[in-house]
Design a binder for this molecule. Sequence first.
Ligand SMILES: [Fe+2]
Ligand SMILES: [Fe+2]
Length: 311
Amino acid sequence: MTARGKEPEATLTVVGDVHRWWRPADATFLERSRPDLALFVGDLGDEDVPIVRAVASLPVPKAVILGNHDAWQSFGRKTATDKLRESLDVLGEDHVAYAVREVPRAGISLVGARPFSWGGQSLRSPELYDEIYGIHTMRQSAAAIVDAARNAQHRDLVILAHNGPLGLGDRTHDIFGKDFGKPGGDWGDRDLALAMQRIEGFGLRVRAVIAGHMHHRLVHPRGGRRTRFVRRGQTLFLNAAYVPRVRQDDNGDELSYFLRTRWQGGECTAVEEVWVDVHGDEREVHTPAFVDLGDDAPALDEGQETGELQD
Ligand SMILES: [Fe+2]
Ligand SMILES: [Fe+2]
């Protein structure tokens, strides 16, 4: 047996954008399979406190990053609504925005990126970020992600974000490419890309970025499918946003979507798409193919702050 074989294997199970598609069977599946950590990439609902409570009360370890929909009305008012405040209270430390959570059995530290992301160059409401996190520019947000990573106890990191980073492609079907409005363009988060550049600069390894937000089915071209599994150098990028996450199979049985990742000694050893039936049992398991983007991340100019001027 190799040394690696003696290391424990850990499971991190990902729930993509929920958008209120949450069934008792989903809770049953998580309870029974007992992942080391369940990860929620956000968009649980539109400031839907009951759904947030359902997630918060799951009897498994969990980490959540809320999405733009979870702060929908707050962005409209440029201040946190009572519902958003309640959601944050209910989640407590399980909301890992700009924070780190250790997963010793996996050999990784989980770093939470900016919550509520809409993607694109703008924070949408710097007022809201300022009110909750004391952050009102992309650069400050990047610094807050880097600060969280500096507190990590492992050299291997997994980043949990609502939207992925800039730099992974500008076509509509790219993993975080813009498919709505005027389609085309890179809709990734600039702060996250800047943070990753800095984090890797001081010798930490980002093993995976787990996000959602950019749904699997494209608006343009209509009915197209998004690339959701990408590898660049030593980093895997997973977009878990299969929306809606509940579908019917050929027999009319209702199945819901999870992503399961396995970890050993800081490395991801497997990624599987798992479809779960109404009893909470696994019905289908698929191993996704990854698109390989090569080794090099495009260098970002740290001084460029075009996005902030719009904020
Ligand atoms: Fe979403
Ligand atoms: Fe979203």
